[in-house]
Design a protein around this ligand. Sequence first.
Ligand SMILES: [Zn+2]
Length: 198
Amino acid sequence: MTVKNHIYIGTAAAAPLSVISPSGSLLFLCVSLLVDIDHFLFFTWHQKKIILNPKSFIRTHEDWDYFGPRIHLFHNYETILIAILSAFVNGDIWLYFAGGIVFHLICDQVSTFHKYRFLRIRSLIGDFIRYRQYLCATRKGQEKKFIVAWRNTWINHIINAFPEKSPSQISTECAIMKTYPDKPFIASDDFGTWRSVF
Ligand SMILES: [Zn+2]
């Protein structure tokens, strides 16, 4: 979902919360807007390059051709769980923090559902495992092999999510297949298991 839409929808959702807790409502809104900052953090880390201008970052990030696994510090289950557990120790304000993330993820999920039709929220531990696998493969000179298996995982998810379409139709429609046309285009692989588990 675009930043603009997150602002509109986040404000609408935070407004009624201000009746219960003005500071909680503000935190909810800020968190629901700032969750996407993890895209910036991962890009900076992976590319070893910092782009501070938000507009030029969004443009560069949209055009970024990296297709491998990514680490999402906020788009994940564990951060929500830690925030909920923090509420027991540090007070209810953490529930607004958790609520902001959950709300953001629901918005992301709803706005991309037509495109993927499967749950795109991931585990942070899973993100680290997958990214480490990618780095190991890259070090061994097997980046291409890894990326083809990774692409197959995506294609397999899409094939499962769109039973009304044939695998060959999906393979011709998916942009990924144009970028990485290597065969075989359908194969199950170990990363699929990780993605299902997490
Ligand atoms: Zn997001």
